[in-house]
Design a protein around this ligand. Structure first.
Ligand code: GRG
Length: 291
């Protein structure tokens, strides 16, 4: 199977879980039901759950065991996008190629949709905890990555530095490692936790660097990307005076740093035994992505 076929096979599993989740949703009032499903059903790359399945396969974990963790991570990720698009944060009218949640349902309902997805993810993770100790540790890891020592801390620092206009490398690294990398570390380490911590340090380091690479390419695409492929507004970072890797290092330097991060990810992967081919290509996919 080539890279794209393999990606699609993981993607199919994710879409099945997301589809089944949406079909089961039966919240009242109807607007809550619709707003919960809206951004989820718009798709996106499903990068984090795909990554989790790929790491799981490398480690020999039964992929069935990962299904609910992968779904919970996609719900948390989608909540973060809905909230990130709100006028109080990034104020973006488009997400995944369509009007963002607050443009369709209004701000108050978009806040509730994000809250609802986050809460539902925690319910899913709590149910996983009943399966045993390693499931508790895996769930805890996801919550920590999404929480106040993870993604929320990164978002808070992003706001702080944007307001203070005090741009520096240490701050940028903190923001990227928390806002972006933590939700990429989580899918890398969950499969490891489920098989007794196999290659945990390597997979944590892999996730951190892949997350940094992901954010660098996100910043590059905000300058060079195309709306049709990316599905969100282009040039917003520059217009809003955002603190990004491109405005700290400049576009060309940023690309060189992205290349180095991709090399670092590949070097870490080499320390893990097994069929690493898909993950090596996934690193390239992140470096070269246009969406
Ligand atoms: C709690 C009010 C409140 C807000 C939280 C945490 C947060 C808002 C926002 C941070 C989320 C964020 C936008 C992080 C950056 C990571 C990133 C580059 C996301 C884009 O992810 P893709 O490209 O999107 O994987 P798709 O659509 O493909 O899933």
């Amino acid at each position: 199977m080539d890279f794209q076929e393999k990606y699609n096979s993981y993607l199919n599993s994710v879409e099945q879980s997301v589809g089944a989740f949406c079909d089961r949703l039966n919240c009242k009032p109807e607007i809550l039901n619709e707003s919960l499903k809206y951004t989820l059903k718009l798709g996106g790359k499903r990068f984090r759950p795909v990554l989790m399945y790929a790491v799981g396969e490398l480690l020999g974990v039964d992929l069935k065991k990962l299904e609910n963790f992968a779904l919970a991570i996609e719900l948390i990720h989608t909540y973060s996008l809905i909230h990130d698009d709100l006028p109080a944060l990034d104020n973006d009218d488009f997400r995944r190629g369509k009007p963002s949640s607050h443009k369709v349902f209004g701000e108050a309902n978009a806040i509730l949709a994000g809250d609802g997805l986050l809460n539902t993810a925690y319910s899913i993770l709590l149910r996983e905890c009943k399966k045993g100790g390693e499931y508790i540790c895996a769930s805890e890891q996801i919550c920590d990555c999404a929480g106040v020592y993870g993604m929320i801390a990164g978002q808070s620092a992003d706001l702080k530095y944007e307001n203070e206009r005090n741009y520096n490398e240490k701050a940028l690294n903190f923001i990227h490692l928390n806002k972006t990398s933590k939700m990429i570390v989580a899918p890398c380490v969950v499969p490891s936790i489920l098989c007794g911590g196999k290659y945990y340090p390597e997979l944590k380091a892999f996730g951190e660097n892949l997350g940094l690479l992901f954010q660098f390419t996100d910043d590059i695409l905000d300058v060079e990307g195309q709306f049709d492929l990316l599905g969100k507004s282009i040039g917003k970072d520059e217009n809003d005076g955002k603190f990004t890797s491109v405005n700290l290092y400049g576009l060309d330097n940023c690309k060189l740093r992205a290349d180095l991060l991709a090399e670092k990810c590949s070097a870490i992967l080499e320390g893990i035994e097994g069929d690493r081919q898909f993950l090596s290509k996934l690193v390239r996919f992140v470096r070269d992505r246009n969406k």
